[in-house]
Write a protein that binds this ligand. Structure first.
Ligand code: ZN
Length: 159
């Protein structure tokens, strides 16, 4: 019985740490940001397995609200491409990854530094972040996070 009690405490501590890490992230720690990442993940849920990727800009509209602008689907293998100017006010890029590739790629890390924004890689089991300041990519969410599926789409097409 004492062993069981110690396990309970360890589990509670782990949950608290996970919650704190989530709250500290400016995008997926915010209600709208998490909704957008869920929306993109459900939009491209087959890509976790067929290895196509989908991406979106997270844009600060300047009035305190964030919006999600979906890149056109290019059906590329393990990459997503946007041709054109990054929208003004873009604070981050979110994109899906194949399920067994949780970490941002070297190209993702270089793009984060070049563009000066965070780039998030999403799989059904994790969210990771490449930072504009470099220093290596980190997990901001571990474990299943995609439920509940959004009832409506929250991301709209980037023109
Ligand atoms: Zn990537």
């Amino acid at each position: 019985m004492p062993t069981l009690a110690r396990m309970d405490i360890a589990l509670v501590t782990l949950t608290a740490v996970t919650t704190v890490a989530l709250l500290r992230d400016p995008i997926v720690g915010s209600g709208p940001g998490l909704t957008f990442t869920r929306d993109l993940m459900w939009w491209n849920r087959s890509g976790s397995f067929d290895r196509t990727e989908r991406a979106a800009f997270i844009v600060d509209r300047g009035d305190g609200l964030l919006e999600c602008l979906l890149w056109p689907g290019t059906q590329e293998h393990e990459r997503a491409t946007f041709r054109g100017e990054m929208p003004p006010g873009t604070v981050a890029i979110i994109h899906t990854h194949p399920i067994h590739v949780p970490m941002p790629s070297k190209e993702d890390e270089e793009a984060a530094q070049r563009l000066g924004i965070a780039i998030y890689a999403l799989t059904p089991n994790s969210i990771t972040r490449a930072s504009p300041s470099g220093g290596g990519s980190v997990f901001v969410r571990k474990g299943q996070w995609v439920d509940p599926p959004p009832r409506i789409h929250h991301c709209r097409s980037a023109s």
